[in-house]
Write a protein that binds this ligand. Sequence first.
Ligand code: SF4
Length: 386
Amino acid sequence: MKETTAPAEPLIPGARRLDICRILGESYDPARWNDWHWQMRHRLSRPEQLEQLLQLIPGERRGLALCQGKLAVAVTPYLAELLDPLDSSCPLRMQVVPREEEALVAATDMVDPCGEEHDSVVPGLVHRYPDRVLLLAIDTCAAYCRYCTRSRLVAHGRLGGLGQRIDAIIAYLEAHTEVRDVLISGGDPLLFSDEKLDELLGRIRAVPHVEMVRLGSRVVSFLPQRITPSLVTVLRQHRVWLSLHFSHAAELTPEVAQACDLLADGGIPLGSQTVLLRGINDSVTELRALFHGLLKLRVRPYYLYQCDPVVGTSHLRTTVAKGLELVAGLRGHTSGYAVPAYVIDAPGGGGKVPIHPETVVGYENGTLLLRNWEGGVYTYRDPVNV
Ligand code: SF4
């Protein structure tokens, strides 16, 4: 399958891009820059590379030293260009450059907060909800988010190759006729080649009772070059839904817009999940800018996650009260499409639970009291003839 590289590049690249190529020991070539394989091969991961890329603060320098052996560091050249070299509070930089606080383990921290290991039925297949499963296909990502809920798995090489696991996974799916929905995640499954993805999707699609296949991916924000016409053809052919992941409006670059256009024009349904992160997107202004920006790209923001209590992430987590305040600040003040459901993935394997106590004032004897966005209280009564 032929791959077409997408975005047209300026003839004269910015100084920052040239700088990044210099750090990588490469000469700038727009065709290579737009090749997702080149981007993956040239990720910046070594402390000395980040030292040249950014004016590191001591907490980042110590974070880079401490995170060795924990969650890997990797930044695609594309993403590196977006990081503010002078401002350590840059919302993109805070997501991918470790801080020394990652070494702190709070009493509430958990290695596997969503309890995926407990619900694992065969290696890399999690079956928690009655009709759907989560397939952990790959442990590689284009860049590593410091708050990753699967930091126990990603980039550690513990998951094992899909080739060795896929027969057992398909056998489980075939035997469990209640499974109608398969979410493929990782890591990032869009880092598979088109051919490998086509084969994987084909095998899952061949299971007669599987009605829906979803892919969870962050490449659109970290590596938009991956979205090529040939990839879109594969996704369309297998009628895949795409769950994207964005944290901040600064991720919505022209390259990302082009990638989303390719996907949306190709008929791929697009949704987005966002993790609420302290100092990164914990204000109504930041969230609204992100959600409005996504809708302009035909991406429906559908979940706002309370950050999972993963080991070493307390510095990035907000309180639930803060989350409720933010959602209240969005609801009614903008289109319903721009207000995702605010959910907690209940620690210990309780699954996703929507939180909106601010709207439910009371519910007794079939009478529900609801508070609307202006603070008015309205009554909804259940039918009496049931
Ligand atoms: S892209 Fe997803 S799986 Fe990968 S590090 Fe980020 S949150 Fe974790």
